[in-house]
Design a protein around this ligand. Sequence first.
Ligand code: MLT
Length: 312
Amino acid sequence: VGSAAFAQAQSNWPTRPITLVVPFAAGGPTDVVARTLGASMQKTLGQSILVENKLGAGGTIAAAYVAKAAPDGYTFFIHHNGMATSPALYRKLSFDPLNDFEFVSQAVEVPMTLLARKDFPANNFTELLAYLKANQDKVNLANAGLGAVSQLCGMMFQRAVGVQLTEVPFSGTAPAMNALLGGQVDLLCDQTTQTVPYINANRVKFFGVTTAKRIKVLPNAPTLAEQGLKDFEVVVWHGIYAPKGTPRPILEKVNAAVRTALKDPDVVKRMDDLGAEIVGENKLTPDSLHVWLKSEIDRWGPIIKAGGKFAD
Ligand code: MLT
């Protein structure tokens, strides 16, 4: 393409639907955030945003796919802390989170909740800890694979308690939640963006939130830290990315559409209802996402390495 045609393609953008890649199963927490933002962003951009769920390997298959996608402004990616934890978890990662992407913006931060199947034999956190210590070889813990925040939370939890449970990976926490509701798995640590309705409907056992402080959407729920897991804190953050080389003017338009979406009353209400917090202005720039991702890679790397659980 000649440079005049290229400039023309950029100034006309978007002339067709835009794909937003989600690295986990439809209906789960990442998917909910993607679809909520996408529904608002497409009003601003004047083209449909199609969510594509690319599953597998804790989000790394999707990240690798986006890293190699055409940088033409029609592929974007939403991912969470997994972008920062995957370099420590995978010995052979085919993408570099810091160098193979363009950065658009952060979006929301989401607390996690520790759940058990409804008939799990522990009725409060004290009973849970006692049960796990006595029966750790019998208990399993669902997650969305190595690189998922459900796995990260589960790892931090097991380490804080001093137990080793059997981990059961799914393609997202939507199917993991189904397995929990069906009684096929025992425990799940998952984001409020999926779990609040199940907690409020009393369809699961709920042992607390993973944030440093209690949260507005589940005001009676204690934190895990206040129940004895000192300094326990896992907060999920979501970033939006594009393949490296996506033209700057397009990135700027998408950044503006994200900012507009985060002020859209429908988005604000939905996120509020699900316990997700819209990030402050200072987190809405490409540079701030890049700096944040780097700091998260540096923060989680040593923690994960100490966990001794890796994949190729
Ligand atoms: C996770 O990391 O556990 C994901 O958020 C799962 C998902 O979105 O399905």
